[in-house]
Design a protein around this ligand. Structure first.
Ligand SMILES: [Zn+2]
Length: 264
């Protein structure tokens, strides 16, 4: 079952995977996001960093785990969306020793060399919203302003499909949500950190995250089928937290659902 607030997840041979639930509130909207911390005797790896506003919660989680930010060896980014990377510049500033990993295709936008796919999408949508009500237009405009305000930093390491990071994580290219979206897999514990390739719903079923924001739904579906081939004991989704139990059955249900939706 999904247990978003399940703090410590699994441990084996000095390898600990911790999903850290962070609460983000904006107006009357509240969401919980889940960066992941992977700890071994040699590495301290953070997968996604969250919003600037959730950074104090992340730092407090690190303190509770009794780790110093100076110990952070790597930051792995799943993709360029504000909820995953807004705090990246701040974290990089606090832990300048940490290597920053992202997929080759995601790096230009992450570094600010080109506008992000999401920003382009939002600008296009704003034009289509010309006749929408004022509140909708204002929301869209503030979404764009927030994307534009993200502070960008250099990504130090490019990954591709199957790149091994610090002997611990394997990058799994999962395009669809964005073109360089990457999930991370830990073979030792059969843990998949899916990012936004998959979301866990409140009823523990799986879905493709934010289908309306998924830039290429057919590619996203292929990525789900690719992930379904992995042996998975624990699934961590940025939106939804942790799922344990019969993951294969949950994947099968998701694949069935989209087989009907995409190929009907
Ligand atoms: Zn997200």
């Amino acid at each position: 079952m999904a247990c978003g607030l399940d703090y410590k997840m699994s441990s084996s041979n000095m390898l600990t995977v911790t999903s850290v639930p962070l609460t983000f509130t904006q107006g009357n909207h509240t969401e919980i996001i889940h960066p992941t911390i992977v700890q071994t005797s040699k590495s301290l790896i953070l997968v996604d960093v969250g919003y600037t506003a959730t950074l104090p919660q992340l730092l407090s989680a690190l303190r509770q785990m009794k780790v110093q930010r100076e110990q952070l060896t790597a930051i792995c980014i799943t993709h360029d969306d504000i909820d995953h990377i807004e705090a990246l510049a701040a974290v990089a500033n606090l832990a300048p020793q940490a290597a920053i990993y992202a997929h080759t295709l995601e790096i230009p936008a992450l570094q600010g060399d080109v506008p992000s796919e999401r920003l382009i999408q939002a600008r296009t949508n704003l034009q289509a919203l010309k006749h929408a009500d004022a509140a909708t237009q204002q929301w869209a405009a503030s979404f764009i302003a927030a994307q534009e305000a993200i502070e960008r930093v250099p990504i130090t390491h490019a990954v591709a499909d199957k790149t091994i990071i610090e002997n611990t994580l394997m990058a799994i290219a999962t395009p669809g949500h964005t073109k360089g979206h990457t999930s991370y897999y830990i073979q030792a514990t059969e843990t998949l950190i899916a990012g936004d390739a998959i979301v866990i719903n409140a009823d523990s079923t799986l879905d493709i995250a934010n289908p309306q924001f998924t830039l290429n739904i057919a590619a996203a579906f292929n990525s789900v089928r690719k992930l379904a081939m992995l042996p998975i004991q624990q699934l961590i989704c940025y939106h939804g937290g942790i799922l344990k139990g019969n993951i294969a059955a949950a994947f099968e249900a998701l694949i069935q659902k989209y087989t009907h939706e995409i190929f009907k």
